[in-house]
Design a binder for this molecule. Structure first.
Ligand SMILES: Cc1cc2nc3c(=O)[nH]c(=O)nc-3n(C[C@H](O)[C@H](O)[C@H](O)COP(=O)(O)OP(=O)(O)OC[C@H]3O[C@@H](n4cnc5c(N)ncnc54)[C@H](O)[C@@H]3O)c2cc1C
Length: 389
């Protein structure tokens, strides 16, 4: 039996993956190594989203990975998770693009759209030739999307949408926006081409997290769309929550990618850096930090894989996604911050990844349900009592 690489995969978790899953994971890892890692510091510093990567990511099968038909890759939940893991090891901003495009915008169309809407949008979105965004959050409605005030009213056969959205990923470069709005029949989703008169998206700048991705304020001023812009399959908040659950699932894996990269950066540095005549990795306090990271990454990956296997088996319930999102993002932030300390002063330099990951993960902790929201979901699940209001 060969000696396992304990520094890289302490628990030998690769053995839990099939050859096809490992090959896919390695394909995405290679893409991140050659197309994201060399330039991520520049994009982060310049607050640039590398939109030119979208078609490449589409060709690789990173957009709508878990969706089938209409040019989508049709991969399993675990394969989608492995892709999120590897992309976020590069940067959370790039994984956020994968999530917004595939889990939010494409999932909304795939699950709730008409045949014509699917044919129109999904093939170019899967190819990375069209970009989508997902407008749920508003300036005054975040954790409680039921408080949204954006409205859509009938005017003849058309719909007219008025309101504002905030923090909407990719909106300023998107071709189509999935906009959730209040109607006489409750909350409904609409496909709004971003060139429609009255639609304006303005990037929120400057940001201290997710600098290699875009989030925007959107204003909708008398935006007129035809009758067939509505997503017929989504009625009420169940529609957007279905999409959010897909994105939350990807985050469970992705956060562990950022954590792993921070750990690997700290380990490499600790073995090289010498103080008091020895590598800092030789000090017990440094080893304790590294061991704590290995413990938490191993546990977080097991949680991700177990939840992924349940998702593929069709047995996963949304409350279990909250377990993974809350635990793995909180854990990843702690790991990235601890990794930064091992780098000493160099830990605050952009040259090293841990503090970039820690900053990005503050955004990840907030979107797709904050720590508090997932705590309340789990609290309600185990007590039967809602503490939301
Ligand atoms: C980087 C980034 C990308 C995003 N991308 C998108 C996107 O693409 N599309 C989109 O629609 N939205 C997006 N969002 C918005 C995100 O989903 C919201 O920021 C999030 O839901 C929180 O809403 P809020 O910011 O309004 O905070 P609030 O809801 O105002 O919350 C503020 C604080 O109060 C706490 N709180 C709220 N209610 C309770 C309660 N009942 N009990 C205890 N504590 C509570 C929260 O947990 C939080 O700590 C993004 C956000 C970020 C930061």
């Amino acid at each position: 039996m060969s000696t396992p690489d304990l520094a890289r995969d302490y628990l030998g978790l690769d053995a839990l993956l099939s050859d096809a899953e490992l090959a896919w994971r390695d394909t995405v890892r290679d893409f991140v190594a050659t197309r994201i890692r060399p330039d991520i510091r520049k994009w982060y510093e310049q607050a640039t989203f590398p939109a030119e990567l979208a078609p490449e990511m589409g060709r690789l099968g990173l957009l709508g990975t878990h969706l089938s038909g209409y040019g989508c890759p049709g991969r399993s939940a675990v394969e989608y998770g492995l892709a999120a893991l590897e992309v976020e090891a590069g940067d959370s901003g790039l994984r956020t693009f994968v999530s917004v495009q595939g889990s939010l915008a494409m999932t909304a169309i795939h699950r709730f759209g008409t045949e014509a809407q699917k044919e129109r949008w999904l093939p170019p979105m899967a190819a990375g030739e069209a970009i989508g965004c997902f407008g749920l959050t508003e300036p005054e409605a975040g954790s409680d999307p039921g408080g949204m005030t954006t409205t859509a009213r009938r005017d003849g056969d058309d719909w007219v949408i008025d309101g504002a959205k905030r923090w909407i990923g990719l909106a300023s470069i998107a071709d189509v926006a999935v906009i959730w709005a209040r109607t006489e029949d409750g909350v409904r989703g609409f496909l709004v081409p971003t060139g429609t008169a009255g639609f304006t998206a303005t990037p929120i700048e400057p940001k201290l997290a997710m600098r290699a991705s875009i989030q925007c304020d959107i204003t909708l001023a008398g935006v007129r769309v035809p009758a067939d812009a509505i997503l017929p399959g989504a009625a009420g908040l169940r529609g957007p929550f279905t999409c959010l659950n897909e994105a939350r699932y990807g985050i469970i894996w992705g956060a562990m990618g950022a954590a792993r990269d921070a750990y690997e950066a700290a380990l490499g540095y600790a073995l090289e850096r010498r103080q008091f005549g020895k590598p800092i990795a030789s000090f017990q306090l440094t080893q304790e930090k590294l061991v704590d990271m290995v413990l938490e990454i191993g546990k977080g990956l097991l949680v991700a894989l177990h939840i992924g296997r349940m998702k593929d088996a069709g047995t996963l319930v949304p409350e279990q996604i909250s377990f993974g999102k809350l635990n793995n993002v909180r854990t990843a932030i702690a790991i990235a911050r601890q990794a930064r300390t091992i780098l000493g002063g160099n830990g605050v330099a952009l040259e090293y990844s841990p503090m970039r990951h820690a900053s990005n993960l503050e955004g990840v902790r907030t979107y797709e349900g904050t720590d508090e929201v997932h705590t309340l979901i789990m609290g309600r699940a185990i007590t039967g009592i809602s503490a939301f209001t």
